[in-house]
Every structure is written in structure tokens, then in C-alpha cells.
Design a protein around this ligand. Structure first.
Ligand SMILES: Nc1ncnc2c1ncn2[C@@H]1O[C@H](COP(=O)(O)OP(=O)(O)OP(=O)(O)O)[C@@H](O)[C@H]1O
Ligand SMILES: [Mg+2]
Length: 398
């Protein structure tokens, strides 16, 4: 396993978060989106967190997908509670010395020394203030898969509380509380920022840069060092293969391991084998989506089709949508049937449809949009199942 450090990018973001970059709004919160498996969590934990810590910032990292059964609001509160623990040593000693069971920090928060870690959403700003006071340093809260907070009322409340904490704790020129939120789906993250009622209204979503030419150059050098017989490595060809792997390092490295294995017995250059593997991966991904789609009931297919075509404009029950379902299924579709279909699509594992606490829908995996658009452009939408012998049997005349 190799980890390619992305120090320059991390340091750039730290400067922006501290409010030191001109023309950046990051001090109001940094919202980063990038597709699945492209290295978001790794970057946040292995690059951004240490870069912040080097600047004396206390970092709290929480992944809202880590435990899907727990409420996102509680996960955030827990993470802050855990970050408070080490600093409570000093606070707790103070309390003990003066015979107290609870301590007041910053004249604001009374902490019961036995109850740390059991904070709820309402006390999030207080808990953050306590952490700031106890650590005597700025705090950065990194929330991975932040869009998940929108799937519960408590999660939404936690986001609103964080927004208010940010407004209370930050002053122009001093960023005491830095917020970083990341997610694999820009559309879903947008719901945190794009309407008047959204918790972070006014902020922008940025695309987290994916690994690219410098990563591949690094890999190329490693290969040349370890396998001098393969010099010179065709880096542009490797870069193309990496991008066709969707810039997902895991799949790329796995294929590279195979192509370079002594057991591979290739009679071509390994770069060519990589290009083939990338094409295969793409075909497999698409076949997977196709078979999922074909496995759905007609109403579910129609609802998913509508959602793919409409994106953020999707309204499941309006007259136009109902007409669309009727056209596609050649059958009357009641709102109840639509609701059942949406529920079925959400309950599948893995889920195909995502729903926020406010009743907004999105496809769970944004890659499906790309697949849909490509097929529409190639006039191969919708996918049609192959007729099997079984199909012919079921239409046997009675
Ligand atoms: N800088 C890097 N160098 C090498 N490998 C990396 C790097 N970043 C990520 N990877 C590898 O890519 C894979 C995906 O990384 P990671 O989990 O960080 O992505 P993610 O975008 O958070 O994925 P998910 O959408 O599933 O949350 C992991 O196997 C990881 O080891
Ligand atoms: Mg992740």
C-alpha cells in the first residue's frame, strides 16, 4: 500500500480556512465534493488533518457514514465530546481541586464532568466553545459524508447548530471554528447551501481535485526504480488508464499489481495491459448498473428514469411526472404506487435512491447520472433486457 501525500493542496486549503487567502470564502465553511472512491477520506485524514495540526489547530474528524444506524447529529456530538476528553484533564483537575462535580468553561458552559460525550445537538455550540477554551487553540471540524446529516431531523438541527456556532465564534480576521464538509455527491451537498432555509446558505461547493498527473508521475518513478527493465515508463498512457479507472486509486493500483506481477506473463507492455484493464472496469461498472436497472419493476424503472432525467428538478408526484410514468409503463400509476416504488428503491441494498428529511430525492450514486447521460447521448437508453428462453416460455399460448 502506498500513500501519495498531497501536502501542497492541504496547505492551500489550510490558508483558505484560516481566512488568509484573498477572495476565498472558506473561512465560512469549505464544502468539497468528489466522486466515490477518489480519495476524499484519505485526503481529509492523512493530509488535511496533519496540515491543520501543524498550524496548532485542534482537529475533530467525523465520518457520518461510519455507523449508518446512529443519528448523524449524535455522531457529531460524540466526536466533539471525544476531542474534549484529553483537554478535560486540566479542567477536571481544576474541578477536583475545588471539589466540584461540574466545571464552567468560558463562563458559558457548565460541564458535568461525568457526562462528557453525551452532548446533544442543542449544546453543540457550547461544546465547541468549551473545546476552544480548553484547548486554547482554533478548532477545525471535518465532517465526511456531510450530506448524510440531511437524512434526519436531528442531523439537520446539528448542521444549523454548527452554523450558529461558526457565527458566534468567528470574527473577521479570526477563524476560531473552521468547518470542512465533504461528500461524494455535489447535488446532495448543495442542499446544505443552496436555499434560503439551508444551514449554510450562501456557501459554494467546490470540487475536491482528484489525483492526477503528479500522482501518476510518482507511480511511474516507483516502477522505474523497482523494475529497471521496464524503463522508460509511458506515463501519459498510465495517466489515461488512471482516468479511465475514474481516477480511483484503489482499482488502478489493484490492476497495476496484477500487470506487474511475475505471474502475469504478459507478452505486451504493462501499460497496454493497464489500458485493457481500465476498459474492462468501465464495462463492468456499466453492466452492473444495467443489470440493477433491469432487475427493477416497471414502475420503479419509470421513477428512477424520471429522477435521472430531472436531477434536482425531480418532483415525484406532479402531473407531468405521473404522465411520464404512465407513458413509460403503459399503465396508470397512482401517487401511492410512486411512493412505494421510491421506498423500494431506497430500501435496496445498496440503495439506489436517497431521501432527505425534507423529502427531497436524489440517486444514491452520482455515477448513475453519467451512465444515464452517456446512454442517452448514444441513443441506447433505456436498457432493454435480452430475451431469454424463459421469457418465451412465460408467453406460451394457453
Ligand atoms: N493519496 C493516495 N495515494 C494512494 N492511494 C490513495 C490515496 N488516496 C486514496 N487512496 C486509495 O483510494 C481508495 C479510496 O480512498 P478513500 O476511502 O479515501 O476515498 P473516498 O473518496 O473517501 O471513498 P468513499 O466514496 O468510499 O468514501 C483507498 O483504497 C485508498 O487507499
Ligand atoms: Mg470516504
Amino acid at each position: 500500500m502506498i500513500h501519495y501525500p498531497r501536502t501542497a493542496l492541504a496547505e492551500e486549503l489550510v490558508t483558505a480556512l484560516q481566512g488568509k487567502a484573498a477572495f476565498s470564502d472558506a473561512h465560512n465553511g469549505l464544502f468539497l465534493a468528489a466522486p466515490r472512491r477518489t480519495g476524499k477520506s484519505t485526503f481529509l485524514q492523512a493530509d488535511l488533518q496533519p496540515a491543520l495540526e501543524r498550524q496548532g489547530v485542534v482537529v475533530v474528524y467525523v465520518d457520518l457514514w461510519a455507523d449508518q444506524r446512529r443519528d448523524p447529529g449524535a455522531l457529531v456530538a460524540d466526536a466533539i465530546g471525544r476531542a474534549l476528553q484529553p483537554h478535560l484533564g486540566r479542567v477536571a483537575r481544576l474541578a477536583k481541586a475545588s471539589g466540584l462535580e461540574s466545571v464552567t468553561i468560558a463562563g458559558a458552559l457548565k460541564i458535568d464532568t461525568r457526562k462528557i460525550g453525551q452532548l446533544d445537538g442543542a449544546t453543540l455550540p457550547d461544546a465547541l466553545r468549551a473545546l476552544l477554551e480548553a484547548a486554547r487553540a482554533p478548532v477545525a471540524l471535518i465532517i465526511d459524508e456531510a450530506q448524510h446529516a440531511l437524512t434526519s431531523d436531528a442531523g439537520e438541527a446539528a448542521m444549523a447548530a454548527l452554523k450558529s456556532a461558526r457565527d458566534q465564534l468567528n470574527r473577521p480576521g479570526t477563524a476560531n471554528l473552521m468547518l470542512v464538509m465533504s461528500g461524494s455527491d455535489r447535488d446532495k451537498l448543495l442542499r446544505l447551501v443552496n436555499t434560503n432555509g439551508a444551514p449554510f446558505y450562501g456557501s459554494q461547493i467546490q470540487r475536491m481535485p482528484e489525483l492526477g498527473p503528479d500522482f501518476i508521475a510518482h507511480i511511474g518513478q516507483l516502477i522505474e526504480t523497482q523494475r529497471p527493465d521496464l524503463q522508460p515508463v509511458d506515463t501519459p498512457a498510465l495517466l489515461t488508464a488512471f482516468q479511465r479507472f475514474g481516477s480511483r486509486p484503489q482499482f488502478f493500483m489493484e490492476a497495476l499489481g496484477q500487470a506487474l506481477s511475475p505471474l502475469a506473463a504478459l507478452n505486451t507492455r504493462f501499460e497496454l495491459a493497464m489500458a485493457q484493464a481500465a476498459g474492462q472496469r468501465q464495462a463492468d461498472d456499466e453492466a452492473q448498473m444495467e443489470s440493477e436497472y433491469l432487475g427493477l419493476k416497471p414502475v420503479e424503472q419509470a421513477v428512477l428514469w424520471r429522477l435521472l432525467a430531472q436531477g434536482q428538478r425531480f418532483r415525484p408526484y406532479d402531473a407531468e411526472a405521473l404522465r411520464f410514468y404512465r407513458d413509460k409503463t403503459e399503465d396508470g400509476v397512482s401517487p401511492q404506487k410512486v411512493q412505494n416504488a421510491l421506498e423500494a428503491l431506497r430500501q435496496r441494498s445498496p440503495a439506489i435512491v436517497w431521501k432527505s428529511a425534507r423529502g427531497e430525492y436524489a440517486v444514491d450514486d452520482a455515477a448513475m447520472h453519467r451512465w444515464f447521460e452517456q446512454r442517452v447521448a448514444a441513443s441506447t437508453w433505456p436498457p432493454v433486457g435480452r430475451q431469454t428462453d424463459l421469457d418465451f416460455e412465460t408467453v406460451k399460448p394457453e
